[in-house]
Ligand binder design. Structure first.
Ligand code: R5P
Length: 304
């Protein structure tokens, strides 16, 4: 552990401090400021030559700035002769731009991976990437963590009775079945069906949710459109209560307002993205920490 140095960008300092605490080490000194024209300045204030440097930075909103900050820190570490550089990206932004839907579009998720590698990172530790395509696009050593154990643990402690895990779509059914097994719960899924030639879709539930405490677990809540619509359908079908959980609470646009009005008892996310301000605005928001998972991954990687 003596050769391990942990630095943090500015996007998620709270999580970085928690990870450092789990590892029983201190965050190392790094100055990050702005030039008068708003460009990012960074200086590593310690000798890092020959050391394994870990840099924590979620590339959440403002994604472009946080990504650039990460690239600049990696470059600084490379030029200061770090032996190895690991970028810890709890929330990997641009992950949903993982394929060309229309000709002429980029694959931004793959570009981000290339930029991180090109800046000088040797490996990445990240969590719940949006798709297999993003995972494949990261062509360097990677540790892909999952928040599910933390989320499952939370629900186990709640000791809810008559629970049903609901997949927000048929594609998520396989994961929902696994989650249901862990929670000794029933399983159901929401099916979207075309009702006219004009792409109008109706949602119906496959499975019984009547009088059940329903749990939906997704990877990300962005606009909250998916989850609020699912909650509305579940309520209509007689669900007793609805809990939604996701690894990444992006909460874009009017997501928080939508969630506060939706028939949802609790919204549970992790701290891959800072949630202090969101917690003030959404009382039913519960934040679980994934710091321990990252600390353990760092320990394992530092040994090799
Ligand atoms: C879909 O593939 C994802 O798992 C999420 O359900 C989706 O990205 C959530 O987006 P939004 O909150 O904007 O509906």
């Amino acid at each position: 552990m003596s050769k391990l140095l942990l630095f943090s960008g500015t996007s998620n300092l709270k999580l970085a401090k928690k990870v450092a605490r789990e590892l029983n080490i201190k965050l190392r000194k790094l100055t990050i400021s702005r030039f008068p024209d708003n460009e990012t300045y960074c200086r590593i204030e310690e000798a890092i030559e020959g050391k394994h440097v870990f840099i924590i930075q979620s590339t959440c909103n403002p994604g472009n700035e946080n990504l650039m900050e990460l690239l600049i820190i990696i470059d600084a570490a490379k030029r200061s002769k770090a032996k190895r550089i690991t970028a810890i990206i709890p929330y990997y932004g641009y992950a949903r731009q993982d394929r060309q839907v229309k000709p002429g579009e980029p694959i931004s998720a793959a570009l981000v991976a290339k930029l991180i590698k090109c800046a000088g990172a040797d490996s990445i530790i990240t969590m719940d990437l949006h798709s297999k395509a993003v995972e494949k696009a990261i062509r360097m050593r990677k540790v892909h963590l999952h928040a599910l154990p933390v989320i499952i643990e939370y629900f186990k402690k709640k000791k809810l009775k008559d629970t049903c895990v609901v997949a927000p779509d048929k594609g998520a059914l396989k994961s929902a079945k696994m989650q249901a097994k862990m929670l000794k719960a029933d399983v159901a899924y929401i099916e979207k069906r075309r009702v006219s030639a004009h792409e109008v879709v109706a949602q119906q539930i496959v499975g019984n949710v009547q009088g059940k405490n329903c749990i939906i677990i997704d990877d990300i809540i962005s606009t909250a459109g998916t989850i609020c619509e699912a909650a509305r359908v579940l309520k209509k079908a007689g669900a007793k209560s609805i809990y939604v959980a996701a690894t990444h609470g992006v909460f874009a646009g009017r997501a928080l307002q939508k969630l506060s009005r939706a028939p949802i008892k609790e919204v549970i996310v992790t701290d891959t993205i800072p949630q202090e301000e969101n917690k003030k605005r959404l009382k039913k928001l519960k934040v679980l920490s994934v710091a321990k998972l990252f600390a353990n991954a760092i320990k394992r990687l530092a040994k090799h």
